[in-house]
Ligand binder design. Structure first.
Ligand SMILES: [Zn+2]
Length: 457
C-alpha cells in the first residue's frame, strides 16, 4: 500500500466503526483483485451477478468477470444495460428486479451514479444486500442510504440501504473520463458551503450539528480537495483522496440519515434546475457541474452578506414588521412562481416547515446580533473565497460561469429566490432572508462585476 492509501485506509477504518450498513471499503491501486475475498467474507458461497452498462463493463466489468472466474467465485450471470440513454429511471429498476428475482445472486454493481442507484434500489426490493465496484470519482452517492431515481418524470429519493462493501480501484478511477472525476470533485468542493450552512443552522438552534457525521466530511476536507491539478493529471494520490471524500460524504449521510452533512444551498440550486428539467445543448448537465455553479452562487452570497452585516449593523436592527411576511403571503408567492399546482403544493409544505412567525424571528435576530462576531469567525474559517474556489474548479475544467451550463445570469439571479423556497433545509438563503437583507445582497452581487461579468460588462 502507498502511504496515502494507508492514510486514507486509516480514516476509512475509523469511519466504518459507526457505519451501520457498509462493512468494507477499499480504495487502492489494484483493489479489484481483492473483490473475491471481500465477497466471500461477506456472502460465503453465494453466487454473484455483475451489473454494468456497456461503458462500465469495458472499464472494469470484463476484468472483474475474469477475476471471479480465476478465483472460483460463482458468477450467475453478467447483466449489461445496453440502452445508450440509460439513466436512473424507475423502469430500469423494475427490469433489474425481474432479472435478480430469477435467481438468488448478490448483485455487484460495476459503475458509478446510475448503475449504483439502480442496483441499490433493485437489490433492496429483492430483499438482498449488494456490493459496489466504483468506476469513477463522479458522485458521493455510493455509500449513501437511498437512491435518487426518476419516476413519472420527477426525481425522488427512495429509501434503500447502502452497499455492504465498496471497492474503488485507483487504476480504474484513473482511466475514467477526466470529466467524470471533475463532477465528483465539484460535488466534494460543495461540502465547503454546505458545512457553512450547517454552522448557521446549528448556531441558531435550527438544526444542531451531528458531531460524528460532521467530522467524517469536514475534518479531512481541506486536505482532500487540495490537489485539483493532480486529479486532472489522473494522479493516484489525488484520486485516492477524491474517492475518500466522496465515500466519506456518503457514510456521513448514512450516519445522519439525512443529506445535511453533504448538501446545503448549493444543492438547492441544482435541485431547482433539475425540477425545471434544465438542459444545455440538448443534454442535462451533470449533478457535480450544477453544484459547482450552485457553490459559487452560495459563496458570492456569503461574501456579500458578511460585508453587508459588517458594514451596517443598523440593518439587523431594522424592524421585522417592515419586511417579514405572513405565511399566507409566501404561499401566494409560491403559487405564482411555480406554475405546476402539484409541485407548488409540495414546495409550500417544504417552506412551511422552516417558516417562523415574527415573534420567533425577533428572538432569532436578537441572537444573531449577539453571536455575530463569533459566528462570522466560524464561517470565515469554514469558507473559501469565491475566487479561490473558482480557481480550484477551473483546474479540473469544471464550469465556473453559469452560462457554461446554460444558465443565463438573470436566470441565476432569479434562482436564488426559488432555490430558497423548494426545500425545508435551512441555509444561507434563509439566513439572509430572515435578516431582511436578501434582496439587497442579491442585487449587490449582480450589480457589481466582482463575481460574474454580465454579457455586456
Ligand atoms: Zn451532491
Amino acid at each position: 500500500m502507498k502511504p496515502y492509501e494507508t492514510e486514507t485506509d486509516h480514516r476509512i477504518h475509523t469511519a466504518l466503526k459507526t457505519a451501520d450498513t457498509t462493512k468494507v471499503i477499499e480504495i487502492a491501486s489494484g483493489a479489484m483483485q481483492n473483490t473475491v475475498k471481500i465477497f466471500k467474507d461477506l456472502f460465503d458461497n453465494m453466487s454473484a451477478m455483475i451489473i454494468a452498462d456497456v461503458n462500465t463493463y469495458a472499464a472494469a466489468g470484463k476484468q472483474l468477470e475474469e477475476i471471479f472466474r480465476n478465483n472460483n467465485l460463482r458468477l450467475e450471470r453478467t447483466y449489461i444495460f445496453d440502452d445508450p440513454d440509460l439513466y436512473a429511471e424507475m423502469k430500469y429498476v423494475d427490469h433489474l428486479v425481474e432479472i435478480l428475482s430469477s435467481g438468488n445472486a448478490i448483485a455487484v454493481a460495476v459503475g458509478s451514479g446510475t448503475i449504483n442507484d439502480l442496483t441499490k434500489l433493485a437489490s433492496y426490493r429483492c430483499k438482498r444486500q449488494y456490493m459496489s465496484v466504483a468506476t469513477a470519482g463522479s458522485v458521493d452517492g455510493y455509500t449513501a442510504f437511498g437512491a435518487s431515481i426518476t419516476e413519472n418524470s420527477f426525481k425522488q429519493t427512495f429509501f434503500c440501504p447502502a452497499p455492504v462493501a465498496i471497492v474503488a480501484d485507483l487504476d480504474v478511477i484513473a482511466a475514467a473520463p477526466p470529466e467524470m472525476n471533475a463532477w465528483g470533485y465539484a460535488d466534494l468542493m460543495a461540502k465547503i458551503p454546505a458545512g457553512a450552512d450547517w454552522i448557521i443552522a446549528d448556531a441558531l438552534d435550527v438544526e444542531p450539528i451531528d458531531r460524528i457525521s460532521w467530522q467524517l466530511v469536514q475534518e479531512p476536507l481541506r486536505k482532500l480537495i487540495s490537489d485539483p491539478a493532480g486529479i486532472q493529471r489522473r494522479e493516484h494520490k489525488a484520486l485516492c483522496f477524491l474517492m475518500e471524500g466522496l465515500i466519506m460524504s456518503g457514510l456521513a449521510m448514512q450516519q445522519a440519515q439525512s443529506s445535511r452533512p453533504a448538501s446545503g444551498a448549493e444543492h438547492q440550486f441544482s435541485h431547482l434546475w433539475d425540477n425545471q428539467h434544465h438542459k444545455h445543448n440538448g443534454k442535462t448537465p451533470s449533478h457535480g457541474f450544477k453544484v459547482a455553479i450552485g457553490s459559487l452562487a452560495s459563496l458570492a452570497l456569503y461574501e456579500t452578506l458578511i460585508e453587508c452585516l459588517d458594514g451596517s449593523p443598523a440593518i439587523i436592527e431594522k424592524s421585522i414588521d417592515t419586511y417579514w411576511p405572513e405565511f399566507s403571503e409566501i404561499e401566494k408567492e409560491i403559487r405564482q412562481k411555480f406554475a405546476d399546482p402539484v409541485e407548488a403544493e409540495q414546495i409550500i409544505e417544504q417552506s412551511r416547515q422552516k417558516y417562523v412567525d415574527s415573534s420567533v424571528l425577533q428572538e432569532r435576530v436578537n441572537r444573531v446580533t449577539e453571536i455575530w462576531p463569533e459566528l462570522k469567525q466560524k464561517l470565515r474559517r469554514q469558507l473559501l473565497g469565491f475566487h479561490e474556489f473558482k480557481a480550484m474548479l477551473q483546474q479540473v475544467n469544471a464550469p465556473v460561469s453559469p452560462e457554461d451550463i446554460g444558465i443565463a445570469l438573470d436566470r441565476l439571479k432569479n434562482s436564488y429566490g426559488l432555490a430558497r423556497l423548494i426545500r425545508k433545509r435551512y441555509t444561507v438563503l434563509d439566513f439572509a432572508n430572515e435578516l431582511g437583507v436578501f434582496e439587497t445582497c442579491i442585487d449587490s452581487i449582480f450589480n457589481s462585476d466582482k463575481y460574474w461579468q454580465t454579457a455586456n460588462g
